[in-house]
Design a protein around this ligand. Structure first.
Ligand SMILES: Nc1ncnc2c1ncn2[C@@H]1O[C@H](COP(=O)(O)OP(=O)(O)OP(=O)(O)O)[C@@H](O)[C@H]1O
Length: 298
C-alpha cells in the first residue's frame, strides 16, 4: 500500500534549510494497522503530510496504492486527497464544526450530490462508529470521545483506502482513548482499511502489531508484537525486554547501516564515540566501545 524509499523532505525558510526527512524507508502493507512514534521534531508530521498528499517530497520514492506521489499534477493530488486518503487529527478544529450537528459535519466532505443519499450515508457512518443515537446533536453537545468518533466518521466519508491519524487520542483520557483505538481496530478488521497512526505515546502505539520509530528523519527501529513462533528470536531480545509485548529490531538499510539505540550506547559508555569496535563471534555481531580495546588512543 505504501512504499517510501530514501524519502527526503527539505524545508527552505529564508536562508535556512531543514532536512525533515533524511532518506526514510517505510513499507506498509494493504490492510495493515501500524503506528509511527518518535520524539518531537523527528519528522512524524512531515511524513504524515507526504502520505496525505498535503505536501510533496523533495526526493526519493513514494508510492501509495500504486500512485507515484512525486509525479502527480496538482489536480491529481487534490483527487488523491479527496478519494484515497482520510485524516483524523488531534486538533478538533481541523475536523469539526461545533455548531453543526454530527450528521451535518459528516455530510460536509461528501462527494455525493444526492442530498438524501448523503444523509443516509452520514447516518450510516455515525451508526458504524457507535453514534447512531447522537446524529442530531450539535458537536458542542458531545463529549471529547464522541467528537473524535464523529471525526473518524468524517474521515470515512469518501471511502478512503488509507486512514492517517495524527495523535488521534491525544486529547482524550485513558478509557476514552481505548474506545477510539478499539473503533480504529474494528474499522481495520471489518473494512480492510489501512491505518497509520502517529503518536508520542508508546503504550498507545503498542496496541498495534507493528510500531516504527523515526529518529532524525529516518526509521531507526521497529517493534513487532511477540508471537510464540518467535521464541528463537527472544533469546537475543536483551535485558529489560522480557514481559514486553513487542520485540524491538533495529532497522537496517540496503547498505547495512543501522542506528544503535541511544540507551544501548549509553550502557556501554559509547554514547559520544565516533567509532565502535565490531566483532563477529560465532553467529553474533558484537559491538564494543573502542576505548576498551585501545585505551592508549583515547
Ligand atoms: N513548514 C516547515 N518549515 C520549516 N521547517 C519545518 C516545517 N515543518 C517541519 N519543519 C522542521 O522539520 C523537522 C521535523 O518536524 P515534524 O513536525 O515533522 O516533527 P514531528 O516529529 O512531527 O514533531 P512533533 O511531535 O513535535 O509534532 C523539525 O526540525 C521541524 O522544525
Amino acid at each position: 500500500m505504501i512504499t517510501c524509499e530514501n524519502l527526503v523532505k527539505i524545508y527552505k525558510t529564508n536562508e535556512i534549510e531543514v532536512m525533515a526527512l533524511q532518506g526514510l524507508n517505510l513499507h506498509v502493507k494493504q490492510g495493515e494497522m501500524m503506528a509511527i512514534i518518535g520524539n518531537s521534531g523527528s519528522g512524524k508530521s512531515t511524513l504524515l503530510n507526504m502520505l496525505g498528499g498535503l505536501d510533496r517530497p523533495s526526493a526519493g520514492r513514494l508510492a501509495i496504492n500504486g500512485i507515484d506521489m512525486l509525479k502527480l499534477t496538482d489536480q491529481e493530488l487534490s483527487r488523491y486527497k479527496r478519494e484515497t486518503v482520510g485524516f483524523v487529527w488531534q486538533n478538533k478544529a481541523r475536523n469539526l464544526i461545533p455548531y453543526l450537528t454530527a450528521r451535518e459535519n459528516v455530510e460536509i466532505p461528501m462527494l455525493l450530490h444526492d442530498r438524501k443519499k448523503k444523509r443516509e450515508r452520514a447516518a450510516g457512518l455515525l451508526e458504524a462508529v457507535g453514534l447512531g443515537h447522537r446524529i442530531h446533536n450539535r458537536l458542542e453537545e458531545l463529549s471529547g470521545g464522541e467528537q473524535q468518533r464523529v471525526a473518524i466518521a468524517i474521515s470515512l466519508a469518501n471511502r478512503p483506502k488509507l486512514l492517517l491519524a495524527d495523535e488521534p487520542t491525544g486529547a482524550l483520557d485513558t478509557r476514552t482513548s481505548a474506545q477510539v483505538m478499539e473503533l480504529l481496530r474494528r474499522l481495520n478488521a471489518e473494512l480492510g482499511l489501512t491505518i497509520v497512526i502517529v503518536t508520542h505515546d508508546l503504550d498507545l502505539a503498542k496496541q498495534v502489531e507493528r510500531v516504527v520509530e523515526i529518529r532524525d528523519g529516518r526509521t531507526s527501529s521497529e517493534m513487532i508484537r511477540r508471537a510464540d513462533e518467535m521464541e528463537s528470536v527472544e533469546m537475543y531480545a536483551g535485558d529489560g525486554e522480557s514481559g514486553d509485548t513487542h520485540i524491538e529490531y533495529a532497522v537496517m538499510d540496503r547498505a547495512g547501516r543501522i542506528q544503535v539505540p541511544e540507551h544501548y550506547l549509553e550502557a556501554v559508555g559509547a554514547k559520544n564515540a565516533d567509532k565502535v569496535l565490531l566483532r563477529l563471534e560465532d553467529d553474533k555481531i558484537v559491538l564494543l566501545p573502542a576505548r576498551r580495546e585501545h585505551p592508549g588512543e583515547m
